[in-house]
Design a protein around this ligand. Sequence first.
Ligand code: NAP
Ligand code: HSE
Length: 428
Amino acid sequence: MTQPLRLGIAGLGTVGAGVVKIVRQKADLLAARTGRPVKITAVSARSRDKDRGVPLTGYDWEDDPVKLAIRDDVDVFIELMGGSDGPAKAATEAALAAGKDVVTANKAMLALHGQSMAELAEDAGRVIRFEAAVAGGIPVVKALTEGLAGNTITRVMGVMNGTCNYILTRMESSGFPYDQVFEEANQLGYLEADPNLDVGGIDAGHKLSLLASIAYGTQVDFENVELEGIQRLSIEDIRTAADMGYRIKLLGVAQMTGRGLEQRMSPCLVPADSPLGQLQGGTNMVVLEGDEVGQIVLRGAGAGAGPTASAVMSDVIEIARGTRLTTFGQPARGLKQAQPARTVTPAPYYLRMLLSDKPGAMGKIASVLGEAGISIDRMRQTRHDSTSAPVVIVTHKTSRDSLDTALEAFSNTGVLLGAPVAIRIEEV
Ligand code: NAP
Ligand code: HSE
């Protein structure tokens, strides 16, 4: 046996405790697969006294994660505290500067600081691995970095926030409104400490920006992910979409277009019978498309102790085996600055609006769409009452710019009651 690989773990919450458990319980398997013992030398968290559900005997304790990160008896610093800045960033940078490899599950930190950290790692001859940061237990970082490395990636898509997918599927199955299901998710402990990270699409946007960097050889550009959360989705839209053979998902899409890199995380309609449409509850799905391989669909648990620790351990094992991969699949200084493109890829749109029930109202709406160059595919009027007429229109493919022109012009027609709802229909 060669030298053991010595781990220092900062953060002993859901994921950290899961990692400790695997290292303790699977020592023989890890040694057999890597050819060397993998052991924990020191750990850190805020409270020394908290019961973590796993024994911590035999490990040194550090109150300060930075001190843990630079210990002589740590080869790999495992950052599982979370937070884009603060102790996570300080300790990660200290670890790299001290010549340690880093494994992290922290998508927020890498989405904001991934480029500078990748450069720091490269300069120090160290690696940063982050399989657990995107879609929990699904090995999508490795799939893109290694398995699909011979492809030009044409599109990356995914449902990468389990909480949002839980809320949306639960709204459909129960018929309960958003606020009620949000509260249920809260009671079940699904929501991040700041729920807007989940329902505002920010957490999933972080993940998408990391995948886009690997897929397109561009610097992580979270700032230019177009973000729209699920907070304004109504049970009515979920039901109407279902009636028309669609489901609404918080869907991330990244693709390189003639005008630049398009990255968006927003509610989209997808066919109910597609793999994405079939995705239920807190599960994640990532769809990767390459010019040689075609479409790959990866599905699995996006969160939880076991799945996330499984992903962390895959990085630890990679390092223990001596595999040295660049952070985003190519040397950090070779990553191009992304040219951001706001949604340019045309798509059909679902439009729902309430019209005042008077002669010519529908005609005015149809004229506005026609003037914006938007063709109607399907249209229907539902649950009509004496003063208002709810209308649903599905357009043919159109650009977001044309749609925005039409939405603005709707307000001058004098027939609209309230703001229209517009949701992209993604071809999957
Ligand atoms: P968590 O349960 O809240 O645990 C965080 C841990 O970090 C706790 O042990 C906490 O200590 C420790 N910590 C916080 N601030 C610290 C500080 N200043 N110094 C030392 N320790 C500190 O979080 P988690 O769910 O395990 O998530 C960890 C990371 O994994 C995050 O980046 C998260 O986004 C990512 N992730 C989580 C999941 C998941 O399913 N949970 C999935 C994918 C990715 P105390 O316990 O003493 O308070
Ligand atoms: N809040 C995240 C989710 C946790 O719901 O998917 C995993 O990143």
